[in-house]
Each structure stands twice: as C-alpha cells, then as structure tokens.
Design a binder for this molecule. Structure first.
Ligand SMILES: Cc1cc2nc3c(=O)[nH]c(=O)nc-3n(C[C@H](O)[C@H](O)[C@H](O)COP(=O)(O)OP(=O)(O)OC[C@H]3O[C@@H](n4cnc5c(N)ncnc54)[C@H](O)[C@@H]3O)c2cc1C
Length: 301
C-alpha cells in the first residue's frame, strides 16, 4: 500500500483547507495538489507545490506587466512557437515540486537528471520500511535478444514462479538481517548508515524533487519514451498526466513537437527530399549508417 491511513489523513487535511491567493492558479493542478498517485507496487508520485501556468509562460515571453494573456488562441500559438524554436527560458518560469516514493534502482536513473533540486529520505537517520519492488507478472520479462539494454517477453510458468520466489526471499532475508543488525536489544546495534548497505536495490526510498518545466519536459521526453526502462517510465507517465492538467497548452505543444515529433539530420532530410521527388533511396545510397537508416525508417514509417 503506497500510503498509510495516517499519511492519507494528513493529505485530506491539507486538501480540506483552501486558502485565497493572488498568485496564478491552475485549476487542473489544484485538483492534483497533495494527492498521491500510486505507481508500481509501493510507490507514488504526488504534487507538493507548483508555480505558474500556461499564461505565466506567455507573460515571461512577452515580459508583460499583467497576466500577459492576450487571448487563449494567441497564447497557444505563442507557446507552440516557443516550443518549436527551442526557446527554453519562458518554460523555466514554471516550477513543480513532487514527492516521489520509488525503488532505489529507479532513483539511480532518475538522479542522473541534474537540473532539479532533490532532498532524499535519510536512511542514516531513519529506519527504512520493509518495502521492496517485486515486479507484477507481466513486468517480469526475459532479457531481450535484440537489445542488450532491454527486455523481451514476460517469463512464464515455473521460471516466473521461481524468479518471483528468489526476489521475495532475498529481499526479506536482507531486511531480516538489517533489522537484526540495527537492533539494540542485548547489543549496541550497528549504525543505520552502515546497516543499510545490506539492502537490495529494489528497496523503496523517497524524495522531494523540484524542477522547472523546461527541464521537466526534457526528463519526460527521455523517461516517458519507450526506450526508457518500464519502472521509471510509469512514473514519467503519471507525471505527464499531471502536467497535461497543469499547463494544458504547453503540454499539447510538448506532445506534438517532442513526444510525437522527430529531429532529422541533414542527411536524413536530404533522403526525404529525394524520396518525395520519387527516387528510391536505400540504406546503401542514403549515406547513413545501418543504425541511422533503421531509426530513419522508424520515423517515416
Ligand atoms: C534510455 C536511456 C538509457 C540510458 N543509458 C545510460 C547508460 O547506459 N549509462 C549512463 O551512464 N547513463 C545512461 N542514461 C542517462 C543519460 O545519459 C543522462 O545522464 C540522463 O538521461 C540525464 O540527461 P541529461 O544530462 O540531459 O539531463 P539533466 O542532467 O537534467 O540536464 C539537462 C540538460 O542540461 C544541460 N546540462 C546539465 N548539466 C550540465 C553540465 N554539467 N554541463 C553541461 N551541460 C549540462 C545539458 O544540456 C542537459 O541535456 C540513459 C538515459 C536514457 C533515457
């Protein structure tokens, strides 16, 4: 269960106390504020705070005195222009602060995104919970035979059962030893900062993560992509849903230009022009490597 009844009560109390403000408010994001969206078996992501909305992006771009909104269609056009031309700073005017509970091996991938502010739960100070990520049967996949950095079809039958048993037993055994080592009953008890090294990478950690919208889009483009590992992708997808409600016009532009769009090299563009003129272009005549050609074919379908 991602939240205990006490934690849920704290969230409900926060949501029961609306306050008036002169600041820009996104109605879509207000609906998400504080609520935990479950991710994986024990994880969640929830919005702690945010700053700005679609209008704030336009306001910054125009350096205007008021809210900056000319008209909704004008604003949407401006946002699409900014996204199309990689103007990043107006998007940096919006900020998002999240509370995320995630397995340590997912946190290791996540923390590579350096343009955010992070504060993590201290396992030197506190005792970690007995919570481990154990993949659901459909996520328990075999090693891919075509991609060293990927997975293939789900394991089945006896093999799946054996793997699940190993994951559960190892996690619990390590946690038993962790508890045994830190216990102060009849012994000094090993320091928490040392005992934690015995815990596996599927143990859950938590952090507050604050990022601006430009860098968040960069994170989402990489981590909501099919090349990203499933276990981080599901977090990115949950955040995508929140961002779509927070800054709908900016998210639509992001979806169109970044998630749905593609960047073509000079060579690829030249091939496309030749193809449009009716020439049959192959990898051998394209000037592209096999890998580039495969990706180019993937883009143009
Ligand atoms: C599918 C996938 C597979 C991956 N595989 C591996 C792997 O095998 N091994 C591995 O080590 N990593 C891997 N990564 C991580 C990847 O290489 C990046 O470290 C990670 O995605 C963070 O990207 P970033 O640096 O662009 O993001 P951020 O750190 O958020 O930075 C955003 C942008 O800010 C700028 N920036 C930030 N810091 C600096 C700086 N110090 N100097 C200059 N510019 C800066 C850059 O333009 C950068 O793109 C993988 C990522 C993905 C999505």
């Amino acid at each position: 269960m991602p939240l205990s009844p006490d934690q849920q009560a704290e969230i409900d109390a926060l949501r029961a106390e609306p306050r008036p403000t002169l600041r820009a408010v996104s109605e879509g994001m207000e609906a998400h504020l504080y609520k935990a969206v479950p991710v994986l078996d024990h994880g969640f992501v929830r919005v702690i705070d945010y700053m700005g909305d679609d209008a704030a992006i336009c306001q910054a771009a125009r350096v205007s005195y008021g809210r900056g909104t000319k008209s909704v269609s004008n604003d949407e056009g401006l946002i699409r222009y900014l996204m199309r031309h990689w103007h990043s700073t107006p998007f940096e005017m919006c900020e998002l602060k999240l509370h995320v509970k995630l397995p340590v091996f997912v946190a290791r991938q996540w923390i590579r995104h350096r343009t955010a502010n992070v504060n993590e739960y201290s396992a030197r100070y506190s005792i970690l919970d007995r919570e481990f990520y154990i993949p659901a049967p459909d996520a328990l996949a075999a090693q891919s035979t075509v991609n060293n950095q990927g997975r293939g079809a789900a394991l089945e039958g006896a093999e799946a059962a054996r793997v699940l048993e190993i994951l559960k037993a190892d996690s619990n055994r390590c946690y038993d030893h962790y508890e045994e080592m830190i216990s102060q009953e009849g012994q000094n008890g090993l320091a928490r900062e040392l005992a934690r090294m015995n815990l596996p990478a599927n143990v859950y950690t938590q952090w507050y993560w604050k990022v601006d919208l430009h860098n968040l889009f960069h994170f989402l483009r990489l981590r909501a992509d099919t090349h990203a590992q499933y276990e981080i992708r599901v977090y990115a997808e949950a955040i995508c849903d929140m961002v779509a409600d927070w800054v709908p016009a900016a998210y639509r532009a992001f979806e169109d230009y970044r998630l749905g769009g593609a960047t073509l090299s000079g060579k690829a563009l030249e091939c496309l022009r030749r193809m449009l003129k009716g020439e049959e272009v192959t990898q051998e005549t394209s000037g592209m490597s096999k890998g580039e050609w495969r990706e180019f074919e993937g883009v143009i379908g």
